[in-house]
Write a new protein. Sequence first.
Length: 143
Amino acid sequence: MKKVFLILSICAVLSACGGSSKTGSADSASASNQTAKEQESSVDTNANKTGTESSTASIAPGAKLIAGSDCNTCHKVDTKVVGPAFKDVAAKYPATEANIDTLANKVIKGGKGHWGDIAMTPHATLSVNDAKEMVKYVLSLKK
């Protein structure tokens, strides 16, 4: 009887340990599949943008920075939320170095009055280079 109990206990322990390691490998396989899908989608995106005015290399960093920040709380690409739609900003400002510098400073310092009475909160921790990359991406979204 003790041998049966011991064998069943060992089987239970092995099943419990084996179950969690299988989940871990399934998670890592799932993560690998997700990474592969993201790479495929970025390849497709890059292929579709061939021949456009601005290169994908200059757009991608700005899009990533915007996705990782709080910009999408107040702005959307096509729709006015609290602040203007990104495409409306792109339509108003040509992508010149002067406009990129001006808008990057507005992102960092905040501002009010150009798009209504609601002020844009400052993003003082954002570097000038990151703000410029974000602005370049926004200005690339012309209608």
